[in-house]
Design a protein around this ligand. Structure first.
Ligand SMILES: NC(=O)c1ccc[n+]([C@@H]2O[C@H](COP(=O)([O-])OP(=O)(O)OC[C@H]3O[C@@H](n4cnc5c(N)ncnc54)[C@H](O)[C@@H]3O)[C@@H](O)[C@H]2O)c1
Length: 274
């Protein structure tokens, strides 16, 4: 079951957190893995970091380790690469997709994982700049990457689009107007792609994580985090590997007849409780 040998996966925002866990799990299942992120360890430019809002947020939340993850996979006998790719930069996305096809021969699995999660403010206090940033990265980014891989998947008559949504997108989130809007949008995109991809053997599904203990989540407001856990049926956050297992399943031939779904991996945070 879940043998991905011969498949090539491209993961966005894969240097840490859920993206890194997805990369490791896909590689373990036999896939060749290309980890992409806005920053790689070897090209961290301190000046660029200081002058960009994304850079500052990343610096605050911790380091990136895309190249390290690729090396880890290669050391354990898999095939992996790490490429710099900003999902908002259409030209860079096209260049990376061409490079993957040149080096790996195909692209079978796209995990649209890149996102910014740090814009938390009530509607009066939402920042216009961060609203636009979130739409551009979290939503348009997934659109850009999908459009870039689509012709190849169509030609192969096989493809898997796996989009990272969130319970914030299905339930809303207090103080999360921009983030929840992008995550609701991802679900609409997922379903439209499912309809359009079916004739080409391309499936498109969304994973709806609840609270998952990544670096990004841990760097959030501790009081808010406690409240989120308190309303989760399991009373604990999930682990990145819980999401990664769902990614491997949706990517696998066993999930051939599954498309357009929202797969909750949420510990029951959306269930009625009191
Ligand atoms: N952790 C959770 O509790 C949780 C819950 C629901 C949904 N999610 C979703 O899961 C995904 C991963 O979340 P995470 O907790 O691992 O967060 P994270 O911040 O660790 O990962 C996001 C990655 O995206 C990258 N990124 C940011 N802007 C980019 C850009 N323009 N181009 C390319 N990459 C860019 C970041 O560098 C980072 O590596 C996100 O889509 C998030 O919305 C997470």
């Amino acid at each position: 079951m879940f043998n991905l040998t011969g498949k090539v996966a491209l993961i966005t925002g894969g240097s840490r957190g859920l993206g890194r866990a997805d990369a490791l799990a896909l590689a373990k299942a036999g896939a060749d893995v290309v980890i992409t992120d806005i920053l790689l360890e070897s090209d961290v430019d301190e000046e660029a970091l200081k002058s960009s809002a994304v850079g500052q947020a990343l610096r605050k939340e911790g380091i990136v380790y895309a190249e390290q993850t690729a090396e880890e996979i290669s050391r354990s006998g898999g095939r992996a690469a790490a490429y710099r790719m900003d999902v908002t930069d259409e030209e860079e996305v096209a260049r990376v997709v061409d490079r993957v096809i040149d080096s790996f021969g195909r692209i079978d699995i796209l995990v649209n994982n890149a996102a910014m999660l740090d814009h938390v403010a009530t509607i009066e206090n939402q920042s216009e700049v961060l609203w636009e940033r979130d739409l551009r990265i979290n939503l348009t980014g997934a659109y850009n990457c999908t459009r870039a891989v689509w012709p190849q998947m169509k030609e192969q008559r096989w493809g898997r689009i796996i989009n990272m949504a969130s319970v914030a997108g299905t339930m809303g989130g207090f103080g999360q107007a921009s983030y929840s809007t992008t995550k609701a949008g991802i679900i609409g995109l997922t379903k439209s792609l499912a309809l359009e991809g079916a004739r080409y053997g391309i499936t498109s599904n969304a994973i709806v994580p609840g609270i998952i203990a990544t670096e990004a989540w841990k760097s959030g407001n501790p009081k808010m985090n406690e409240r989120m856990i308190a309303r989760t049926a399991f009373r604990r956050p999930g682990e990145p590997v819980d999401i990664a297992h769902a990614v491997v399943f949706l990517a696998s031939p066993e999930a051939n007849y599954i498309t357009g779904i929202e797969l909750y991996v949420s510990g029951g945070i959306e269930l009625f409780t009191f």
